[in-house]
Design a protein around this ligand. Structure first.
Ligand code: SF4
Ligand code: SF4
Length: 310
């Protein structure tokens, strides 16, 4: 990996994902970091639909003097993907000889990819594996940032895990990253976002020197009790030996996407228009509802994974 991009020329960072993931927050944190370090910065962004499934991307260019706000194809020094398939869609923007591809391996499947809702039906979605893609790029870091953030107590902090990974590709001080992130996140989530940043950074530094897998990548951390998602989980859940489905009703806005798209018709909206699990016995743990929920209100926890890593 190129640890220290040449700052005499313009450095290009392309950040991509889908609505609700925090692409713009990542972009703003990076732009402010560049400004604080004395660089001229140009940033441009396109917002998709304000829910999962809509593409969002942001170009950030910085250097001693920057003219254009957009990155030409093949010239991104870093392509940072908050969503797997979005990352693949933009791979042609990555600089081919020394560019760094950083991606969350989590899939957020757009509703149109789940039209066949029969049990076990195939989704129209990328079939490539992280190992196949990492082997094709000059520098590749594919990590399960969403699970890392979930283990810390807040899946919404996955973008901060990825900022930690990005920080290993750019030459800015760690404390400055942490200070700038603290300016952008809600005050009560500052501590968890600091942990998320360091989790992503530590993972990347270990990935450079040793082979780390998604399951061995998450270090043990102590989560303050008031930040634990478990506090917000309703008793409504489905579980078997391999998975547990949890609903965080406080985050549900009643959009009905999960209800409509569940292949087994397990879910419904209650009288308050919040998600409820009506048929836990039917749930297969397929994760379609988790991937589609725009508000991270559903988690399918792999209990077999938790037992392995305990
Ligand atoms: S994981 Fe979600 S989408 Fe899949 S069967 Fe269970 S409730 Fe339905
Ligand atoms: S759980 Fe998520 S997808 Fe389901 S109704 Fe609530 S906000 Fe919508």
């Amino acid at each position: 990996m190129n640890d220290q991009p040449n700052q005499d020329r313009t450095t290009n960072v392309l950040i991509v994902g889908v609505g609700g993931q925090g692409v713009i927050m990542v972009s703003k944190v990076l732009a402010l970091m560049c400004q604080k370090n004395g660089y001229q910065v140009k940033q441009s962004e396109v917002h998709g639909m304000a829910k999962r499934g809509g593409s969002v991307f942001s170009h950030v260019r910085f250097g001693s003097e920057v003219w254009s706000p957009t990155i030409p194809a093949g010239e991104a020094d870093v392509l940072l993907a908050l969503e797997w398939a979005e990352g693949l869609r933009w791979l042609n923007y990555l600089e081919p000889t020394d560019g760094t591809f950083i991606t969350d391996t989590q899939h957020i499947v757009p509703p149109f990819a789940c039209l066949n809702r029969k049990r076990g039906a195939d989704r129209v979605y990328s079939k490539e594996t992280p190992a196949e893609i990492v082997a094709e790029v000059a520098n590749g870091l594919a990590l399960d940032a969403t699970s890392m953030a979930t283990d810390l107590g807040n899946p919404r902090a996955s973008n901060t895990v990825l900022l930690g990974t990005l920080s290993t590709a750019l030459d800015f001080p760690v404390e400055e990253w942490l200070d700038v992130i603290s300016e952008f996140v809600p005050p009560k989530t500052i501590e968890i976002n600091r942990q998320a940043f360091m989790t992503g950074r530590d993972w990347s530094e270990r990935a450079k020197t040793e082979t780390v897998s998604e399951t061995t990548a998450t270090p043990d951390v102590v989560i303050p009790e008031d930040l634990q998602v478990a506090d917000q989980v309703t008793p409504d859940h489905a579980a078997n030996d391999d998975f547990e489905l949890r609903l965080t009703r406080e985050w549900c806005k009643g959009c009905d996407i999960c209800v409509k798209m569940c292949p087994e018709r397990c879910l419904g909206l209650d009288a308050e228009q919040l998600v409820e699990l009506r048929h836990p016995d039917r749930c297969t743990g397929c994760r379609v509802c988790e991937w589609l929920c725009p508000d991270f209100a559903i988690d399918v926890i792999r209990t077999s994974f938790k037992k392995m890593s305990a």
